[in-house]
Design a binder for this molecule. Sequence first.
Ligand code: SIN
Length: 282
Amino acid sequence: MSLNVPSSWQVSALSEHMGARISGVESAELLTMDTSTLEDLLARYQIVAFDDQTFDPQTLTQFASLLGSPAAYPFTEPLPDAPFVCEVRKEPDDDHNFGGAWHTDSSYLPRPPAYTLLQALDVPASGGDTLFANTYRAAESLSPKLREILSQLRVNNTSSLVHSNEGEFSDVGQHSNTKQFDAITTASHPVLRRHPITDQLALFVSTIHSASFEGMTRSESQPMIDYLQSVITAESNQARLAWRPGTLAIWDNRCLQHYALNDYGGHRRVMHRVIVQGEVPQ
Ligand code: SIN
């Protein structure tokens, strides 16, 4: 896909197969972008990181609205004056971080977020990068027979594995801004979902949110869920984003997983996050 971006933008790749880091663009310019240009950029790169951004919570919400309706995230308190912006904060003494395991955002919701926007305010001098893994490439890498079998399956996702005290991965949900810890949300989605813009198939399963395949028990399902997770996060399938203060990343949850590394003990990391409502996965 060839893209027309202004000649003042400097675009560098995050990896051979996905991700773009863009500098030379001001927040005011982003706010007046056409939705289709932004969607095309995201369809081409899946994750786009704009450096040196100066959005406040209100203008960040306004920018997110170019891609759809901002949605409230049920498991953190929003900022008092910006109901769709939550603060992702890890203090020097905190052990846990937000998003510290491979996942796609809130896949236990009936309409999981299409996009996530994350703006870095305060980042450690080193560490605190976010890894991304491409779920289109994962789907393509499967044998045709396994793809055929998976195309007939749906997966039961639940917030309870992370966001409940007894959850197998409850440590992942225990960050400084957790709320409503025991509310459970579930949704069943196709294992292979078709992206509504690119029409490509992506593998939509994760170890921390997927409990079982529809019609199968957890113990029957778990080995295959874990196998598919390992296919998604194969190293050759990943890109890495190193944040700078002011970096604003947008990623497409319909074709990516991500993982916030927790390798900066003793340092602060503060981000603002907005999710954009997606469609029912097909
Ligand atoms: C998230 O999982 O949405 C947060 C990722 C990060 O803080 O890098």
